[in-house]
Design a protein around this ligand. Structure first.
Ligand SMILES: Nc1ncnc2c1ncn2[C@@H]1O[C@H](COP(=O)(O)OP(=O)(O)O)[C@@H](O)[C@H]1O
Ligand SMILES: [Mg+2]
Length: 321
């Protein structure tokens, strides 16, 4: 099938949940006391869902597959994602009583605690995926590798089959809660066109101390690695060459989902065949946009903020779908 005939620009299979965000908590939380937060937000969470949501609000045609519990948390999360225009025709529901996952984020000034109950998100298996549907996109993106416990053993074969079907593939592992960085990861790298770790994850994946060393090591396995470096912007390794992509100057409210938002901006360009350095420039803009509102999707839900910020910073893929 020619790329132009594809139904979707990007297909994503992964987790969706709600983020419950509490602000202004002390770093030391005593047991058996009631501690008051200064603010609270309920936002769409799950790296995979945040990428899908933000990519769709940027104009891409996005398909999303996930496994949900039949509960209020899942219903609300899905409603938020549906508003972005993401196609949700392939959602499957757990047949047992497992509930949809949830993440509770506790903000202590600049630092935070992230507590996640994976719920149905770790139970999605290849049997829940419709291959024809996944293959009807130009590109497949996988986030949060280490949360996809049931799917993991089948991922190398899935990636291989998607490559054979002509798709390009990106992977953002996110953190490994067990800090082992093994399993199918090394096998998957063989099929990955773009790896999208943050600087710390790149070091752990490559087992190197500096991000520069890590990217150099990974460059023998993956054609393009875009490493997200928070307030320092991004690094892009293509073959032997390392490129620094400077950050935007902004005043962040919170950085939840900034990495996922970077992925969304980057992929906007990647699916159009744009030079990967320009994709990373776009990623820096959408990563920065995400930090202006709580959670990973609020800044993208606010169409006025989104459009004016993207115009002000010359987002390269505005009005071009
Ligand atoms: N303080 C900041 N100033 C400017 N850009 C930022 C800032 N924090 C995050 N970003 C943007 O968001 C991207 C992702 O943030 P980062 O925290 O590195 O990823 P992750 O959320 O995966 O840990 C960065 O590469 C950058 O483009
Ligand atoms: Mg991340």
């Amino acid at each position: 099938m020619a790329p132009l005939d594809k139904r979707f620009d990007v297909n994503i299979a992964g987790e969706i949940n709600l983020d419950l965000i509490l602000y202004g908590l002390p770093a030391n939380i005593p047991l058996e006391r009631e501690i008051l937060a200064t603010d609270f937000r309920l936002t769409l969470g799950g790296s995979s869902a945040i990428v899908a949501h933000n990519l769709a609000t940027l104009g891409a045609r996005v398909g999303f597959t996930t496994r949900l519990g039949k509960d209020e948390l899942g219903r609300i999360a899905l409603e938020h994602l549906a508003e972005s225009g993401t196609d949700l025709s392939q959602i499957v529901y757990a047949t047992d009583a497992t509930s949809t996952g949830v993440t509770i984020l506790l903000h202590h000034g600049a630092q935070r605690r992230i507590l996640t109950y994976p719920g149905t998100m770790s139970g999605m298996s290849r049997a829940d995926l419709n291959f024809e549907y996944l293959a009807s996109a130009k590109h497949f993106h996988l986030s949060s590798l280490f949360l996809q416990q049931a799917l993991a053993p089948d991922l190398p074969a899935l990636f291989r089959d998607l490559k054979h079907a002509g798709l390009t593939i990106s992977l953002d592992t996110n953190d490994d809660p067990e800090d082992r960085w093994d399993g199918v990861l090394q096998e998957l790298l063989e099929y990955v066109d773009v790896l999208l770790p943050n600087a710390d994850e790149a070091c752990r994946i490559a087992r190197r101390d500096t991000v520069e060393d890590a990217l150099h090591t990974l460059s023998s396995r993956v054609p393009c690695i875009a490493a997200k470096c928070g307030a320092r912007g991004a690094l892009v390794q293509i073959g032997d060459r390392l490129h620094r992509i400077p950050p935007l100057k902004i005043d962040p409210v919170d950085t939840i989902g900034a990495g996922d938002s970077f992925d969304a901006g980057f992929l906007c360009g990647y699916v159009r065949g744009t030079n990967t350095l320009e994709c990373a420039v776009a990623g820096n803009i959408t990563g920065a946009l995400s930090t202006l509102r709580p959670g990973g999707t609020e800044a993208f839900r606010d169409a006025e903020l989104r459009e004016s910020f993207l115009r002000e910073h010359h987002f390269p893929f505005l009005d071009c779908w």
